[in-house]
Each structure stands twice: as C-alpha cells, then as structure tokens.
Write a protein that binds this ligand. Structure first.
Ligand code: APR
Length: 231
C-alpha cells in the first residue's frame, strides 16, 4: 500500500489565525529575521528574541486546528499504508488535531532548549533569557526553534522517508527555504507521485505531478476524501 509523506508549511495554519512569513503583511515584513531568527540575533539581544517567540507561542496556544489539520489526521488514521508528516511549522496544531507522527524539522514553540548544556524541556507560556536551565542552572534558555544557519532536526530520518515515499504531498509552503524546498526534487528522483496543495502557485509548482489550488481548509479535506475514495 502506498507510503504517503506529507510536508506542511505556514499556509496550513493561516486559517487558524497564525501568520505566514512571505505573504503580504507576513511575519518577515514585520520583523527583521536577522534579529529574531538567527543565533547571532539571539546573542545580540536575547530579550527581543524571547519577546518575539513569546508572542508567537501565545498566538499558537490560543489558536485552534482547522479543517486541513483535521483532514491530515484523518488520513493518518484511515490510510492503510504508512503516513509520515514533516512540518516546517513550530505550532502544535497538527498534534491538537489528533495527528500522531509529526516531525518538526524547525523545532517547536512548546519546547525550550538550553544554549549552554543542550537540555530540552516543555516551554512555559512565556520564557525569558535569564530563566535558569532546569538541568544546569545556567541562565541560557532559548526557544527550541531551528534558526537560519542552524541544521534542521531529523534530516537523516526525513531523507529516508522521502526516498521510500510512493506519494509526496506539499501543503501550504512557498518552497523558498531549504532543505524543505528540495524535498520535491528528492521525491521525484525517488519515483514518487508528487502533489502540491497551496493557495497559489509557489516557486516549485512546476515540479509537481498534480496541483490543487485554494485555501487549505477547502483543498486539503477534498484531497483527503479523494485519496480515501481510491481505497
Ligand atoms: N491555504 C493554503 N496555503 C496558503 C494559505 C491558505 N489559507 N495562506 C497562505 N498560503 C500559502 C502561501 O501562498 C505561501 O505559498 O502558504 C505559503 C506560505 O509561505 P511562507 O510564508 O514562505 O511560509 P513557509 O513556506 O512555511 O516558510 C518556510 O521559512 O521563515 C522560515 O522557518 C520559517 O518554516 C518557515 C520557513
């Protein structure tokens, strides 16, 4: 039975009220990513970085999953083959929609990391640079988010999943940030069927076998229904 590998981006959480990055008025038009999403920015001004992520964490915790998150959780539940979800998103809306296997390649707002000893723990709703690490006591806590210039999580695992996918579906991403932007090329090279579901054409649209254009809360449930009807 077909193994399905899913990749999601900020577009799947847009209708839950969480901002995207590169649409008009997006997060990177409001904040300088060099200041809030790089290790150098954190070293320069940890308080600014924590306030940026405290606001995003509060938004994410107060948001609700939408029909697209719920449809993917249904696909994971009802599809007889393996379903693996890789997300670039740092919110936990997939998990709150009931999705079990989620690989957060860019980290998670609900997790904290110690920049001194590497310990991970559940993040409180608000975090501050002077908060002591529960493991080593150092005031070196940071959001457990993969910043530009840092290596995403689980890349070996991700590449193995893509190499063995029968179908690769990319949902709600502009395809402008590597390594995620390279996944469709790897999937095509592995002989997988490739599908893009997005509000509009992305940088990578020409690389997909099939495309569904529209808001995720419309096109994702329709696509999942179509997939389950093939069973
Ligand atoms: N439904 C479906 N797609 C949507 C919707 C929607 N309601 N709204 C926006 N989109 C699409 C946009 O057309 C765009 O192609 O979602 C995509 C969002 O693109 P970006 O804002 O670039 O977000 P993303 O692709 O997830 O960014 C990747 O960049 O800044 C880093 O780490 C950050 O994970 C992020 C990565």
């Amino acid at each position: 039975m077909q193994k399905i590998v899913l990749l999601t981006g900020a577009g799947i959480s847009a209708e839950s009220g969480l901002g995207t990055f590169r649409d008009a008025g997006g997060i990177w038009s409001q904040y300088d990513l060099e200041e809030v999403a790089t290790p150098e920015g954190f070293a320069r001004n940890p308080a600014l970085v924590h306030s940026f992520y405290n606001a995003r964490r509060a938004n994410a915790l107060d948001a609700a999953p939408n029909a697209a998150h719920e449809a993917l959780a249904r696909l994971e539940r009802d599809w007889p083959g393996e379903v693996v979800l890789i997300t670039q998103n740092v919110d936990d809306l997939h998990e709150r929609a009931g999705h079990n296997r989620v690989i957060h390649m860019h980290g998670e707002l609900t997790q904290a990391l110690c920049a001194a000893c590497g310990a991970h723990w559940e993040a409180p709703r608000e975090m501050f640079a002077e908060d002591p690490c529960p493991e080593c006591g150092e005031p070196a806590t940071r959001p457990d988010i993969v910043w530009f210039g840092e290596m995403p999580y689980d890349m070996d695992l991700i590449e193995r999943h893509i190499a063995s996918a029968s179908l690769f579906a990319s949902i709600g991403t502009s395809g402008q940030v590597f390594p995620a932007a390279g996944f469709v090329m790897q999937a095509n090279a592995a002989g997988a069927e490739t599908v893009e579901l997005n509000l509009e054409a992305s940088e990578l649209s020409g690389m997909f076998d099939e495309r569904h254009e529209g808001p995720a809360s419309d096109v994702v449930p329709q696509w999942v229904e179509q997939m389950l009807e093939t069973l």
